[in-house]
Design a protein around this ligand. Structure first.
Ligand code: AMP
Length: 420
């Protein structure tokens, strides 16, 4: 029998690399917390119909990629493929729109899409997201975009580009959609793509195939169909971004994979990632609340991919400050020494010093190897003889210099050494 492995398209996060994930999530959420966004947690599964109606049945995410199943109680549920639908569902259910507006929320968690796995594309992935609900203010769009750029910058990433577009609203988009369909019907496309022209023509613009892309050069552009309100909205977003010092590239063909977007849409791209270059994305979704049975509640939001951001950090060779591993490692020789050092390690930990101890019965050689591997700066070694003198040995792992320190003073001694 072969052993179990993590399912295809998923992976385990192990120390020390897993520390990076925590650091990235923290860096993504810090600007949000500063800007008044409150933390929300919703279930990892929701009623399947929520995503069908919210994300849109014609999207790839809903039609091809959902992990859907029927429960023992005959409920149709789906592992969430994205965060916005669940957050908006919660805002409706708990009538958050009746309180102070905008409702600003952020989340962090696992998402699931049955995709073809490749570098940067997984079936289980991690996002940090933000949503601002209940106010249709273009300055909120700009605020959110600026907060994402701050998050990337705080991680030390310098090659994140912002692509910006507007998709118009439910009044002007149908006019554009019809014009685009007219154009696309005249092209040489395969059966499936022709079907897509009828169901979701905007997605055809996103087709990565060369044979399709080269036919699209004369396609009508959404910008030319915007109504006055949408044009003003977009101008206001761009003016606010300029005033915040955020630069962007106009991307008139940018279409995102989720159907609920209206007006402002954007993507954060990194050029070090190959095919899966989007490290985050988002936009405005003014009709989503009504689509899932709620009141009018305009919204704008984004989701940043944690896994791809880590790949971006690796491609830029950015290493985040070492927060992992222990600072002090204790090597007791004998049972009594172990009991004494457990108390010392406990005292160090209470002072916020990361400390660990050799457990089990390892000889001196094995124990020193463990100390080496721990990455600790200082090792405390205690044998029977030291202890009967009331001492322990403190070894500097970089220089191998060792000195005897009274066991009663060792916590203070180490605290001072680590501050130097
Ligand atoms: P979306 O929810 O599609 O707007 O995606 C937002 C961000 O989540 C993307 O820019 C990616 O960084 C990340 N993401 C989406 N799908 C995946 C996936 N299958 N694997 C890894 N990251 C993903």
């Amino acid at each position: 029998m072969t052993g179990f492995t993590a399912p295809k398209g998923t992976f385990d996060l192990l120390p020390p690399a897993s520390e990076l994930v925590l650091a990235v999530r923290a860096a993504m959420s810090a600007p949000l917390v500063n800007a008044g966004y409150g933390y929300i947690e919703t279930p990892v599964f929701e009623e399947t119909a929520l995503f069908e109606r919210g994300v849109g049945e014609s999207s790839d995410v809903v039609s091809k990629e959902m992990y859907s199943f029927v429960t023992r109680g005959d409920d149709h549920v789906t592992l969430r493929p994205e965060g916005t639908a669940g957050v908006v569902r919660a805002a409706i259910q708990h009538r958050l729109y009746a309180g102070q507006l905008p409702v600003k929320l952020w989340y962090s968690g696992s998402f699931f899409r049955y995709e073809r796995p490749q570098a940067g594309r997984y079936r289980h992935f991690s996002q940090v997201g933000a949503e601002a609900l209940g106010v249709d203010d273009p300055l909120l769009d700009a605020e959110l975009i600026a907060l994402a750029m701050q998050a990337y910058a705080s991680l030390g990433l310098s090659r994140v580009r912002l692509l910006l577009n507007t998709l118009g609203c439910r009044e002007c988009r149908p006019v554009y959609r019809a014009a685009l369909q007219d154009f696309l019907r005249g092209l040489d496309l395969d059966e499936e793509t022709r079907r897509r022209v009828e169901i979701n023509p905007l997605r055809v613009l996103d087709d990565k195939r060369e044979s399709v892309q080269k036919q699209l050069s004369g396609a009508p552009v959404g910008r030319d169909f915007l109504d006055d309100a949408c044009r003003e909205h977009y101008d206001a977003v761009r003016a606010a971004l300029s005033s915040l010092g955020v630069s962007w590239e106009e991307a008139p063909r940018l279409v995102r994979g989720l159907d609920y977007y209206t007006r402002t849409t954007f993507e954060f791209q990194h050029d070090g990632l190959g095919a899966q270059s989007a490290v985050g994305g988002g936009g405005r979704y003014d009709g989503l609340s009504e689509d899932i049975g709620g009141p009018s509640m305009p919204g704008v939001g984004w989701a940043l991919g944690v896994d791809r951001t880590i790949l971006a950090l690796q491609s830029e060779d950015v290493s985040l400050a070492e927060a992992s591993g222990v600072q002090v490692f204790a090597v007791p020789l004998g049972f009594e020494a172990k009991q004494r050092l457990l108390v010392v390690v406990d005292a160090l930990r209470r002072k916020g010093i990361r400390a660990d101890l050799v457990f089990g019965d390892r000889g001196l050689k094995g124990a020193m190897k463990a100390a080496d591997r721990s990455g600790a700066a200082l090792t405390i070694v205690a044998g029977e003889r030291d202890l009967s003198d009331g001492n322990v040995q403190v070894k500097d792992m970089a220089t191998a210099a060792q000195e005897a320190v009274a066991i009663d003073d060792v916590v203070d001694h180490i605290e001072k050494r680590l501050q130097q």
